[in-house]
Design a protein around this ligand. Structure first.
Ligand code: ASP
Length: 435
């Protein structure tokens, strides 16, 4: 059995619905379909989920939402009419509109995008619509109740054989609707693939698989054919986003491969994500390059810092107190630095520096901004001599100063920090050198 998840742009219009249907009908094994809410048809268009969040904001400020709601309603009505569907989506829309009050829980409201899209898609495919609130269950801490979910999904599949499930939400133990993080339909697909032990989890989107580098920086980057879960984790963490990073865990544990495919170009092979790549034919030293701008480095100078037990802990506790996630901690003999994203720290910087001075006893705490972090990631780098040499030589040849270096102990990534203004250039020269 295959679980196929379709992203917002794949279900943005009746034309996209037609593509989705022909994909699903071309393989009998596609029995569980997960859908996002209808997304953007063109770059200037709006995602239904964004509009629903906006409706909620209107409600909170007691501003009329009528016009906005009819924009949403018209999108669904148009799809229904274009495809001549039996379902009368107007009834659902009226019911939702009637329930809109200031007290309307935000999760209930924003989940309606997936709900309505799912109803239309199920009708169009001739599949049974199964509401995620009946089969996908959370624990109160927000984690997934896999046992209950598995039982419910298996019941639904046994009963109906082919189902459409809206992504992005499920139920809390008390039955209230709970939505996941934005982009959460990827996670729904992954959970369903795991609980019914799918042979593959297909994730249909609007790009041809995962690319070796950001196409906004590198023109026509090569496509990655196969990538391991761990490599993808590293790339996603460093800014490459094709799949929600939390979508990896559920299938990773059961070793179910994920295929990233393009609804607009279904014959394209896409990218396969799996645990181990058997008969790995890739000779490329690196699988991908990614990076993020705008980090801040806070450096504490103190004689013999490296020998002082507990010093680092005291400094890190300050960041913990402000709930700031620490990216890296490069250290020397008489100093150590803490690298954090500028956005997370800027509001409290003054307080943090003063507290760091107090707890570490360092009079000299320096702050530098405008750091970019970029990572080269590749399973073939492990135990291979000369990769970091090539990285440093390339950056050196192009006069890019490296401000920080870090390598994960499993050797599948090397991270370097460069000035923000060198970021794009660094990605270019590394891509040309390694890809
Ligand atoms: N519709 C939700 C969002 O826009 C979830 C998803 O599409 O995966 O974030």
């Amino acid at each position: 059995m295959i679980v196929s998840k379709f992203g917002g742009s794949s279900v943005a219009s009746s034309e996209q619905f037609k593509k989705v249907k022909s994909i699903i009908m071309s393989d009998e094994r596609r029995k569980i379909i997960v859908t996002s809410a209808s997304g953007k048809e063109s770059p200037n268009d709006n995602k239904i989920t964004d509009l629903l969040y906006l409706v909620h904001a209107h409600l909170q400020y007691s501003v009329s939402f009528k016009e906005l709601f009819s924009t949403i309603a018209n999108r669904f009505i148009k799809i229904q009419n274009d495809l001549n569907l039996k379902t009368n989506i107007q009834i659902d829309l009226e019911e939702i509109e009637m329930g809109l009050t200031k007290r309307c829980p935000i999760d209930d409201l924003v989940s309606r995008g997936e709900y309505l899209t799912g109803i239309l898609l199920a009708d169009y495919l001739g599949y049974k619509f199964v509401d995620a609130k009946d089969i996908l269950w959370f624990n109160y801490d927000g984690s997934i109740d896999f046992d209950k979910t598995e039982m419910m999904v298996k019941n639904a599949i046994n009963k109906y054989e082919k189902i459409v499930v809206p992504g992005f939400y499920g139920s809390m133990p008390d039955g209230n609707i709970h939505v996941m993080k934005r982009g959460g339909s990827d996670i729904t697909g992954s959970i369903l693939a795991r609980v019914c032990n799918a042979e593959v989890y297909e994730n249909w989107t609007d790009v041809s698989g995962i690319l070796m580098a950001d196409p906004r920086i590198i023109e026509n980057p090569k496509q990655i054919e196969k990538i391991t879960y761990s490599e993808l984790r590293e790339l996603s963490y460093m800014g490459a986003n094709v799949l929600h990073e939390d979508a990896i865990y559920p299938v990773k544990d059961s070793n179910i491969p994920i295929l990233i495919l393009n609804t607009n170009d279904p014959s394209f092979k896409g990218t396969m994500i799996c645990d181990k790549i058997i008969n790995d034919e890739s000779k490329n030293m690196i699988t991908g390059i990614a990076g993020k701008k705008d980090f801040t480095v806070i450096t504490m100078y103190r004689h013999n810092a490296s020998n002082e037990i507990g010093l680092l802990r005291k400094a890190l506790e300050v960041f913990e107190k402000y709930k700031i996630s620490v990216e890296h901690v490069p250290s020397g003999i008489d100093n150590f630095s803490i690298v954090v994203s500028t956005k997370s720290v800027e509001r409290f910087l003054y307080e943090i520096v003063s507290q760091l001075k107090q707890v570490t006893g360092s009079e000299n705490v320096q702050v530098t901004n405008n750091l970019s972090l970029l990572a080269i990631v590749g399973r073939n780098m492990a135990k291979h001599v000369g990769v970091s040499g090539q990285l440093f030589k390339t950056l050196g040849d192009y006069e890019i100063n490296i401000r920080m270096i870090a390598q994960g102990s499993d050797e599948i990534n090397i991270i370097v920090g460069v000035e923000n203004e060198d970021f794009e250039k660094a990605i270019h020269v590394l891509y040309n050198s390694f890809a």
